[in-house]
Design a protein around this ligand. Structure first.
Ligand code: AKB
Length: 356
C-alpha cells in the first residue's frame, strides 16, 4: 500500500518530465531482489531493467517465488564502463539504482576485487550519469538524437555505517562526523559518498544515498558483517540452536528490509528542495547478538546459542553502536516501522513458510 502512496508522490513531483527509464545494478543481490518489484511498481514494469554480473536462472527466480513476469534482464559488470554505456544508450536509461557492491566481510577477504567493484564500479556509474546529463549518452549513432535525451540524470546508491571508523564517536553517531574507515568496504563507500557529492555539485547529477545499517531480510545475504542475525534466524528454525560470529555484547544498528526499501523510495521521490544533503544516516534500532537471541527465544523458547567470534568481530568493533538519523526524519519524514521483535517474528514466519 505504501508504494501506491509514494507512486502518487513520484508522479506529482517528477511526473511532468519525460518518461523515466531505470537501470538497476546488482539487481539479484540481497537488496535488489526485494527492491525490484517495488521499483517496477513505482516506475512501471516496462521502465525498469534488472542487471547483474550473472542472471539467475528462471528456476532460481521461481524458487524464490518472486513475480518477475516480463522482467527485462541483462548481464552487466559495473567494472566494464563500455558495457555500461552501451546499456544506458540502448535502453535510454536516465536513472540508475546502483546496488552492485561487495560487502564488508567478503571485501576483507578480497580487498582488490572489492576496490574494483565498489570504487571503479561507482565511478563508472557516475560517469554514465554525467554523460546522460550532458546529452552525450544519447547523441551517438543508433540511439536517437541528443534532442531525445532525458533532462534528469539520477543515481541512487546505498552507502553504509561502514563509512565510520574506530575514531568515530560510537553512540548516536551523527551524519557529519569524523569518518576514517578501516575496511575496504567502508573506504569504498566513503569514496562513493564523496564522488556522489562531487558529481552533484559539479555536473548536476541528482545523486542520493543512504547510510544503511545492517539490513535484515528473509532472502539470503551475501558477505556482510551484520549477516550474523539472518544466520541466527535460519539456524534457529532448522536446529533449535544458533551461532553468532560476533560476541554477545557487540551492539550495531539495524533495520528490516521493508523499512530499508521504503526509506530508499521515500528519499528517491522527495522533492529536491526538501533535501539539505545528498547522503543521510538512516536506522531503526540497535541490538547485540544476545538481544537477538533473547528475541528469538520469545518465539522458540528452547533455542540455544553459541558465540564464536571470528575476523568479522574486528570489522564490527569499528562501527557505531547506534546512529542518529534525525536529519532524515526532519527532511523527508523518515520513520521506521519494525523493531527487533517485529523483525524476529516476521523473518521466522517467512523462513518457516519457505520451508513448507
Ligand atoms: C555489511 O555488514 O557489510 C553490510 C553493511 C552494514 O553495510 N550489511
Amino acid at each position: 500500500r505504501w508504494v501506491q502512496g509514494l507512486r502518487q508522490q513520484y508522479a506529482k513531483n517528477l511526473g511532468s518530465q519525460e518518461k523515466d527509464m531505470v537501470l538497476v545494478t546488482g539487481a539479484f543481490g540481497q537488496i535488489g531482489r526485494d527492491f525490484m518489484p517495488i521499483l517496477r511498481q513505482l516506475f512501471g514494469e516496462e521502465n525498469v531493467i534488472a542487471s547483474d554480473v550473472a542472471k539467475p536462472t528462471a528456476s532460481k527466480l521461481n524458487e524464490e517465488r518472486y513475480d518477475y513476469d516480463n522482467l527485462q534482464t541483462i548481464e552487466l559488470d559495473v567494472c566494464d564502463r563500455g558495457a555500461l554505456k552501451d546499456a544506458v544508450k540502448s535502453f535510454k536509461v536516465n536513472r540508475i539504482v546502483h546496488l552492485a557492491t561487495m560487502l564488508s566481510a567478503v571485501g576483507e577477504k578480497l580487498p582488490m576485487k572489492a576496490h574494483d567493484v565498489n570504487v571503479q564500479g561507482s565511478l563508472n556509474i557516475l560517469e554514465c550519469a554525467r554523460e546522460i546529463k550532458q546529452n552525450k549518452a544519447f547523441s551517438a549513432s543508433g540511439a536517437g538524437t541528443a534532442k531525445e535525451a532525458p533532462t534528469v540524470a539520477s543515481v541512487f546508491a546505498p552507502s553504509s555505517i561502514a563509512v565510520f571508523g574506530p575514531s568515530t564517536p560510537q553512540d548516536m553517531t551523527p551524519d557529519d562526523v569524523v569518518c576514517s574507515p578501516t575496511t575496504m568496504y567502508g573506504i569504498s563507500k566513503l569514496h562513493l559518498e564523496c564522488l556522489g557529492n562531487y558529481y552533484h555539485e559539479r555536473y548536476g547529477i541528482d545523486f542520493r544515498s543512504l547510510r544503511f545499517p545492517g539490513i535484515i531480510s528473509a532472502s539470503a545475504p551475501g558477505g556482510g558483517t551484520t549477516d550474523y542475525v539472518m544466520d541466527m534466524y535460519s539456524e534457529a528454525l532448522k536446529y533449535n540452536q544458533c551461532t553468532s560470529f560476533l560476541s554477545e555484547d557487540i551492539e550495531l544498528p539495524f533495520m528490516h528490509m521493508e523499512d530499508c526499501l521504503r526509506s530508499a523510495i521515500e528519499l528517491l521521490v522527495a522533492p529536491s528542495e526538501s533535501l539539505t544533503r545528498r547522503v543521510y544516516n538512516v536506522t531503526a534500532f540497535s541490538a547485540t547478538p544476545r538481544e537477538v537471541y533473547e528475541s528469538i527465544r520469545k518465539f522458540i523458547p528452547e533455542i540455544q546459542v553459541q558465540y564464536e567470534p571470528d575476523y568479522r568481530e574486528e570489522i564490527a568493533l569499528t562501527w557505531p553502536n547506534s546512529v542518529d538519523d534525525s536529519y532524515a526524519r526532519r527532511d523527508w519524514n523518515w520513520q521506521h516501522t519494525y523493531d527487533l521483535d517485529d523483525i524476529t517474528k516476521d523473518i521466522l514466519d517467512a523462513l518457516a513458510a519457505e520451508r513448507m
